[in-house]
Design a binder for this molecule. Structure first.
Ligand SMILES: Cc1ncc(C[n+]2csc(CCOP(=O)(O)OP(=O)(O)O)c2C)c(N)n1
Ligand SMILES: [Mg+2]
Length: 810
């Protein structure tokens, strides 16, 4: 924490202070704001001189953030965007050195704890899990959920974090979880630009928080622009708080407290934040603080200059109403500081920021330089014994001459040297290979690790407990199996909550939760409005704060309404924080064949492509689904489970340990052994494949049917690839579009598992048609794979390889 930070601000109100205390607080604040401004100015220069790739800064937004920091306490949370450096410095959640380390993309998490060099600058996060994946004490720290670059994309997470405070306050059974909350007193601070309030997610979440009455404090930093587009094109009446005034709570209604304040008025800002956050914290009323008349002294980012699109008058106004200048004038006029002293403070602050910047640059630069030197020495040593002495010397000279070199330059030079000496052998050459192998491992950790938390609590490490059945096990509807599973888990673990559209009172549209709200209460099993992004955001926020949410999306077809949150925010969380944060949400949904264009979706290709960072579970029946929930609820990584829409009323045997048995992730099940062909399928098509298999036996074809059970991870034991060594033929059957999830499966089996070498005929896929299925049974038959289609696909392949034995059917 820098000396100047104001830790635990919010303990005093300005009115209670002596003038001397007041002065020193104001001066300290100004210093933080001024340092922050210098960081923006120097940061921009570093980009323009080529030492960093891109810069976006919080200049012009400093003073409001100083005021906001005063009311931010331990246990509180931030979900904001890229303008908040001053707030981060003022609270001590970040500092100048880390600011520059991130600007330079330093991959060391001790230097850039927010992202380990993975995120653009000014994308903040605190590390709230330990190295081993366990939780830190969030009630003792100030907490910042990891920023994302998409405008408004963080809003659903903001809602979820605030919703957690509500659950902690309203569910007294959670009171012992003091590491996460003290009576739900934690306020969650959101920030968003005026332009980003045009996003749908903003409006969806804004309404949701008004309904839910959660301690969410949204500050809109209004600088009247969104890059070049002015407020007149963004916002009705050019005024977001004006148009949201209908959300103002009145006597006897829910709603918001709404504030509007100028971004250069330090005193008004401090007073506003104090009032706003008091009501938010005490009464769990969401608040909107619309901070207007903000500026952008350096324009939007390093990508362009605002002189191109702002009028002269606007630019003149912006420099006159620069918030730090206004604060400075007020401080001098109010005798808080003399002109001389504030100039001295500014000089000192400038020097300090420069030092921090140089230090951050040198820390990374020295390490890289050492690696470059090593590479140069290795290549030179090789050149002494190589026939290609001159060429190798050129490579090392080129490497030495690199301006602002990176690790890639060292690796690339070594790889080039190895290419040049492809036909040579020497100890010197092996030294290069050894170096490259070691550096590759380090760089993999730096740049490619932590897609998942990967700790001992990973669902991949959950004990495998087989399902047990009584001799005379009851045959129940599939939905009842799930119901029993959820019941047992809600009984077992007080932190589990579930919510979704129609999930509470009626127990979901297919009755998986029937009766459970009555048993466990509506604070744990809850209906939501129709807002899929918010459902996922709620899941994220709750999961980040130690609860175990099952966030239900009614049909997989509606997942698209939440795909941005799932993809940009949830799926990237572990990776973008280099393992500093986790959100083990279980997304529950249902899909595959049923009826109609929006109720029969099986978009696994979309899911696999967009949600890398979630486990993807595709149970073929409700027992397998229950086993997967049992696994996931004991693990700490996010996942999606797609139940079979047409399976809720099919009969299944009830395991005696329905809440305990686990289905391990990444482990296939061979549903039928066979020798003629390997058929891989998942979800609802498996029943069709099994029916086809029985018919195929009559035609003299014996297929092996494999259910991968989870598509990510996919068959970690290479069972599919190995099966091909027996059958030499492969068919993949699913209901997705041609070339979607089936192409993914081919890549896994043929390339990753090397199944290609075992094939004696071309692999095939049998998927749905290129369009969505029309309504009605005929539409289904002529669009999605049917038993007839599977039989003909398999038999056709047998015919191709042995027409004598398998004559054409027609
Ligand atoms: C979803 C999405 N759309 C577009 C962008 C590109 N973009 C980045 S910042 C920005 C303008 C944001 O303006 P505003 O919300 O007013 O914030 P400001 O930068 O002015 O503080 C745009 C369009 C983005 N990052 N994400
Ligand atoms: Mg703006």
């Amino acid at each position: 924490m820098p000396e100047t930070a104001n830790p635990g601000a919010g303990n005093n109100t300005i009115a209670e202070l002596s003038f001397d205390d007041f002065k020193s607080i104001v001066i300290k604040d100004y210093r933080i704001g001024y340092e922050s401004r210098q960081a923006s100015i120097i940061g921009r220069r570093e980009v323009l001189t080529g030492k960093a790739k891109f810069g976006i800064f919080g200049d012009g937004k400093e003073v409001a953030q100083l005021a906001m920091a005063k009311v931010f306490r331990k246990g509180d949370w931030r979900a904001g965007y890229y303008r908040d450096q001053t707030f981060m410095f003022a609270t001590g959640m970040s500092n100048l050195k880390e600011f520059f380390a991130q600007l330079y993309a330093n991959p060391d998490i001790t230097e850039d704890p927010a992202s380990g060099g993975r995120q653009m600058n000014c994308h903040y996060a605190t590390r709230f899990i330990n190295e081993d994946g366990s939780w830190k004490n969030q009630a003792e720290t100030m907490n910042c959920s990891a920023d994302i670059s998409t405008t408004g994309g963080h809003m659903p997470r903001l809602l979820g974090l605030a919703y957690a405070s509500k659950l902690y306050r309203q569910n007294s059974d959670l009171a012992p979880l003091t590491n996460f909350s003290v009576n739900g007193n934690e306020v969650v601070f959101g920030t968003i630009g005026n332009g980003a309030t045009s996003e749908g997610l903003f409006f969806e979440v804004f309404n949701a928080a008004g309904v839910l009455q959660v301690p969410m404090a949204i500050s809109v930093w209004d600088d009247a622009y969104a890059i070049s587009v002015p407020a007149s094109i963004q916002t009705t009446k050019e005024d977001i708080s004006e148009i949201l005034s209908g959300f103002q709570r009145e006597t006897g209604t829910n709603g918001y407290e709404i504030f509007k304040v100028r971004g250069w008025d330090y005193v008004a800002l401090c007073e506003t934040y104090e009032r706003a956050i008091a009501v938010c914290r005490e009464e769990h009323v969401p608040v909107l603080i619309h901070v207007v008349e903000m500026t952008q002294p350096q324009g939007h980012s390093t990508s362009g200059s605002h002189e191109r699109y702002k009028t002269k008058d606007r630019l003149t106004w912006e420099s006159d109403y620069d918030c730090l200048l206004q604060m400075r004038n007020w401080m001098v006029e109010s005798a808080i500081i003399t002109e001389e002293d504030i100039t001295a403070l500014e000089d000192e602050a400038k020097k300090y920021v420069r030092e921090c910047q140089r230090e951050a640059w040198n820390i990374l630069g020295d390490k890289i330089k050492a690696e470059i030197d090593e590479a140069v020495q290795l290549i030179n040593a090789l050149s002494h014994v190589s026939e290609l002495k001159n060429e190798l010397e050129d490579v090392s000279a080129e490497l030495l001459a690199c301006v602002d070199p990176g690790r890639k330059d060292a690796a690339s030079a070594i790889r080039k040297a190895l290419r040049l000496t492809v036909s040579e052998n020497s100890d010197e050459k092996y030294a290069l290979i050894e170096w490259l192998t070691e550096e590759n491992a380090k760089n993999k950790e730096r740049f490619n690790s932590k897609l998942f938390t990967g700790s001992s609590s990973s669902p991949l490490n959950v004990n495998v407990v087989p399902a047990h059945y009584e001799e005379d096990a009851a045959l129940l509807d599939g939905r009842e199996i799930l119901n029993a599973c959820f019941d047992a888990n809600f009984e077992r673990d007080i932190t589990i909550v579930a919510f979704g559209e129609d999930l509470g009172a009626i127990g979901d549209v297919n009755q998986g939760f029937a009766g459970l709200q009555a048993k466990y209460g509506d604070i744990r099993i809850t209906d939501t409005g129709i807002r899929e992004s918010s459902i996922i955001g709620k899941g994220m926020g709750l999961a980040m704060r130690g609860l175990k949410p099952i966030a239900e999306i009614q049909y997989v077809d509606y997942l698209l309404y939440a795909i941005t949150v799932l993809s940009d925010d949830l799926a990237s969380l572990s990776y973008r924080t280099a393992g500093g944060q986790k959100a083990p949400v279980i997304v529950r949904t249902r899909g595959h064949r049923l009826e109609g264009i929006w109720h029969s979706g099986s978009p696994l290709g979309i899911i696999l492509n967009a949600l890398r960072g979630l486990h993807v579970c595709v149970p073929r029946n409700m027992t397998q689904a229950a086993g997967m929930y049992n696994t996931l609820l004991r693990g700490d990584e996010p996942a999606i489970v797609i139940e079979c829409l047409n399976g809720y009323r099919l009969k299944e045997k009830l395991p005696t340990n329905v809440g305990e048995f686990t289905v391990p992730l990444g482990k296939v099940e061979i549903l039928k052994e066979g020798s003629d062909m390997t058929v891989i399928s998942y979800g609802s098509t498996l029943r069709i494949v099994m029916e086809a298999a029985a018919e195929l036996e009559k035609l003299g074809v014996n297929i092996e049917v494999i259910d991968p059970q989870t598509l990510y991870p996919f068959d970690i034991d290479n069972v599919c690839g190995n099966s091909l060594y027996k059958t030499n033929k492969l068919l993949v059957v699913d209901e997705d579009l041609p070339g979607a999830a089936s192409a993914y499966i081919l890549q896994k089996v043929l390339e990753a598992q090397k199944g290609y070498y075992a094939l004696d005929s071309p692999p095939r896929t049998l998927s749905a048609k290129d369009h969505r299925p029309p309504y009605g049974s005929d539409g289904d038959y002529f669009t999605k794979p049917s038993v007839d289609d599977v039989i003909e696909a398999v038999y056709g392949m047998m015919h191709e390889s042995n027409p004598g034995k398998y004559p054409a059917i027609y």
